[in-house]
Design a protein around this ligand. Structure first.
Ligand code: NAD
Length: 583
């Protein structure tokens, strides 16, 4: 392996609330932990809090409203110190972002087991959670925040791209060329929308109340333009769509303000969705007629009144979406539970439009496909280019995958020619260089083994971390999102994510997490995650083979059991063993 320099690790220990701390993961091949699995967990925790990655690092908030990486700075320090002290056959237990114990296991077992935000179902309410969180007894882990595998906005980019691409195929002439696509929420995940829409040829108009979020996406090249006046932004977007220009326009306003103006001006978008943090009426969503500073103040002074305003705006928001749908906009929910909030607030037609999973993504889940992601622990972007090239060579006939990988490059010819020094990213990496692409059952294990081989041969300069979102084919129960409208009505059955977590522990993932409330809020989802390290050793190869086969197999099992023909065929074709397979 080629040695690279070790960046100064963490932080300036200025104060306890983290205001003056800057956390960045160490780079390179020198370790401060005794195993690569523990080192990787430590670096990925730190990477989640890198200012380039996290939305609000001082508060340990990574993304998705208040999704945190650790419960407090004290807990963060204790996790790091424990990971550094642990032997290669020990396992750290983390309960809602706080390290609570270390057990002796074995070298093939996970190095960290994480449970975040879980409550017994009867008590699984936002109020109970808020009460415990206020006492410092729990934290909200979101999906990849508390499980240390968030990679910035790119993490959601391909899923968002897949969704809009399928929307183009399903409703238009194959893509979104010349289509006006309106949405809101330009935060950690939602910020992928403008780039994904333009990658599908569409014109994006996206509202956010927080201009810092829009500025950040402009800086990272996820967004092309920013306009402060609502009417000017609408005019510009309509004009660009007419000219069939794939351009994204951010507008600094509340989502309802934008939708109300579209209704008043009788302008109907072709596609309409939303990714504001509606899953969290207190810390995520911002009520109408309120700027972010006012919201910040009212949240602390009168949280109950704030939530009432927030929920009232969500009802208005969904009513406007349904009104535009009735005028012809292809409308879908984008996984933030806004329909449920509006329904709870008294709007009976809130579920008039479908969620994005039943509308566009479920057929992929039936093949065990989902968001496979990886990170170069070297910190060297060249390592990611090397893996990009290897993935293209491994799956030469997958046109969609090829288009996706090449579209991540500003200079795709250099990648195709194998001239890695001439490669340039199309959008900025955030923190450690990373890549995502959707792969299915019997594909993810091949990619993992390929990467392990690259590490072994020194073709990349340090180990590669491989993980995924909890939003995956067999790892989540979320009746308003991933498991909405299941064929057999099992939307709310959450045995599946529990089994998924156990499968990953039994298979030897490097860390495994089991969360509640991610994506859609407390009480609405349970989900599991796994991360595994390719360190180039034969032992890692065995673990990779098991984990990256068995983890996506859960998607096949889940959907075959629910009666999806695609999943049943996939199980038969690719050899997943389903004991009671339908004839
Ligand atoms: P975030 O908190 O980082 O960003 C949310 C953004 O919404 C912020 O920029 C905020 O200023 C803006 N906002 C809030 N209320 C607004 C309003 N009324 N009008 C305009 N802007 C408003 O959250 P995120 O990580 O971007 O996630 C957004 C939502 O999407 C969350 O509910 C999250 O759970 C959900 N989510 C969906 C997926 C998916 O695949 N569909 C994946 C992850 C998260």
């Amino acid at each position: 392996m080629i040695s690279t320099t070790l960046d100064a690790p963490t932080t300036t220990h200025a104060d306890n609330n983290g205001k003056h701390r800057t956390v960045r993961a160490p780079r390179g091949v020198e370790r401060t932990c005794k195993s690569w699995a523990a080192e990787a967990a430590m670096r990925m925790l730190m990477n989640n809090l890198d200012p380039e990655v996290a939305e609000d690092p001082a508060r340990l908030i990574v993304y998705g409203g208040r999704g945190q990486a650790a419960r407090s700075w004290e807990a963060f320090d204790a996790i790091v110190a424990t990971l550094r002290s642990m032997d290669a056959d020990e396992t750290l237990l983390v309960q809602s972002g706080k390290p609570v114990g270390v057990i002796r296991t074995h070298a093939d077992a996970p190095r960290v087991l994480i449970a975040n935000s879980n409550l017994v179902p009867h008590w699984a309410t936002q109020e109970k959670f808020d009460e415990l969180a206020a006492k410092g007894l729990m934290m909200f882990g979101q999906m990849t925040a508390g499980s240390w595998i968030y990679i910035g906005t790119q993490g959601i980019l391909q899923g968002t791209y897949e969704t809009f691409a399928q929307c183009g195929r399903a409703h238009f002439d194959g893509d979104l060329k010349g289509r006006l696509c309106v949405t809101a929420g330009c935060g950690g995940m939602g910020g992928a929308q403008p780039l994904a829409i333009t990658m599908c040829g569409g014109t994006a108009l996206i509202a956010d109340v927080d201009h810092k979020r829009l500025d950040r996406r402009l800086h990272d090249r996820y967004l092309d333009e920013l306009i402060h006046d609502v009417d000017e932004a609408i005019d510009r977007a309509v004009e660009q769509a007419k000219a069939q220009n794939a351009v994204s326009i951010g507008v600094h306003c509340n989502a309802v303000e934008l939708l109300d103006r579209l209704l008043e001006r009788e302008i109907t978008p072709d596609v309409l969705t939303d990714q504001t943090s509606a899953h969290d009426p207190l810390e995520g969503y911002v009520p109408a007629e309120m700027c972010t500073c006012e919201a910040e103040e009212m949240r602390s002074v009168d949280p109950d009144a704030f939530q009432r305003l927030s929920l009232a705006t969500m009802e208005r928001h969904v009513r406007a979406m349904v009104a535009l749908q009735e005028r012809g906009a292809i409308t879908f929910d984008y996984g933030n539970n806004i329909r449920q909030r509006a329904l709870d607030h008294g709007y009976e037609d809130a579920f008039a439009f479908p969620g994005f999973v039943p509308a566009y993504i479920r057929p992929q889940f039936c093949e065990g496909r989902g968001p496979f992601r990886w990170v170069a622990l070297s910190g060297d972007a060249r390592d990611i280019y090397q893996t990009d090239k290897a993935i293209l060579d491994l799956f030469p006939n997958d046109e969609g995958l090829r288009r996706w990988i090449l579209s991540c490059h500003a200079n795709p010819d250099a990648l195709l020619a194998g001239d890695l020094d001439a490669c340039e990213p199309r959008f900025g990496f955030q923190g450690l260089p990373a890549r995502i692409c959707w792969l299915g059952y019997r594909e993810r294990d091949r990619a993992g083994l390929l990467f392990n081989g690259l590490v072994e041969r020194g073709a990349v300069s340090a180990p590669i971390v491989i993980g995924r979102d909890h939003l995956d084919c067999g790892s989540v129960a979320s009746p308003n999102r991933e498991t909405e409208s299941m064929l057999d009505g099992t939307d709310a059955v959450s045995d599946w994510p529990l089994l998924n977590a156990m499968v990953n522990v039994a298979s030897g993932a490097s860390w495994v997490s089991l969360h509640h409330g991610g994506g859609v809020g407390i009480g609405f989802s349970q989900h599991a995650g796994q991360v595994i390290v390719a360190d180039g050793t034969p032992e890692a190869a065995e673990r990779l083979r098991r984990v990256l086969t068995n983890d996506p197999a859960m998607g096949i099992f889940r959907h075959a059991d629910a009666g999806y023909e695609d999943a049943i065929h996939c199980a038969r074709d690719r050899g997943a063993k389903v004991p009671l397979m339908r004839p």
